[in-house]
Design a protein around this ligand. Sequence first.
Ligand code: ZN
Length: 441
Amino acid sequence: MPAHFDLLIRNGICVLPWGTEATDVGVRNGRIAALGVGPDATAGQIIYAKGLHVLPGLIDPHVHLRDPGDKAVESIPTGTRAAVLGGLAAVFDMPNTSPSITDSDRLVWKQDYVERESWCDIGLYVGGTKTNIPELAKLELGRGVCGIKIFAGSSTGDLMVEDDENLERVMRSGRRRIAYHSEDEYRLQDRKHLFKSGDPYSRHMEWRDEETAFLGTRRLMALARATGRPAHILHVSTAEELDYLKDFRDLATCEVLVNHLTQVAPDCYDNLKGFGVMNPPIRGPRHLEAAWRAINDGTVDTIGSDHAPHARDKKLLPWPDCPAGLTGVQTLVPVMLNHVNAGRLSLTRMVDLMCAGPARVYGVVGKGRLAAGYDADFTLVDMQRRRRIEQSWIVSPCGWTPFAGMDITGWPTAVVVRGQAVMRDDEVLGKPAGKLVRFVG
Ligand SMILES: [Zn+2]
């Protein structure tokens, strides 16, 4: 009797962990049941993927969906809708909301909420503060928790642990890998007087200079070495840090943002003004080139969007009153596919950075590769499709993207999450049915 599946993906080119193969994928009960399905197999639903690449469901491990917070800017339903339209099957959401996710009551609230409202699967960070350190060991084991997030330097929100004594206490509470925003808060405050309101937006990268980031990372690595606690350095933005982190591969993984691979100073500040201001800042060509070298020599583990929307009127304020943070969850995949087509990295390396990388760094269970038994999460992409990123395509309520006008080759055409098609050809399908991602506890 021919095999029967819930879903079959026919005639696609699959990016498997061991190479790229033209093969069919059979799905049963939300999981990959077979690779290499015979022609006589039947299915409840068939997706014909001729001419398309079938990738494992792509993951953005760094988004700020601002919920609870200001729904006029972003929320779980709108941000995850943007994610699936942009080709993502899962996102990991940051805790610096209003209020922040820093205790078990708020975590339980968010666990329930996201499983009602999310269009894709979702992992949750819990924020570390100076007052919840004793609870972190328990909080990091919560359902759907991808890890503890520490802001060692100030950004949006009120979460911060900046001093060595408390950072060491954090590292000694719990054992999973901790994700850090690494900028040295003391240096930021010491140098603030050098700048004034109304200075050019490019002063952002002078205030938050290379040494601010590098010093933060040196301090964190010294503490991680002393405590043995694994670290993940988010949004590494300098050539110096990328070079330095090579000596800490036993302890530290790292992320680079798509912005730091795509946008460059001073053009970004000249063209985008406040809409080019983010933390850590977009810097000059030396750092862009170093980021690409680190992608291609394997220093970098994950790529994120750091989707961090703010209201348009706030971004129009003069520097430094305009808040730092850019939208990106809907544009991450197209911009990365364009880099693949430009020859800057291979499609397999992109999949490594956006599937296997997050799975390895955060200990994801059952996602991140096309293999039997894994969740049936797929991102289908058309590597030939040409399209321009338009402001009007953005579904985040704040309504803007720093990539507007960029011509892209390579576009996501469908997203499947645990066997259910949630996006096809710019259309979001069904109802929000996202679940919490599972992690090795
Ligand atoms: Zn962030």
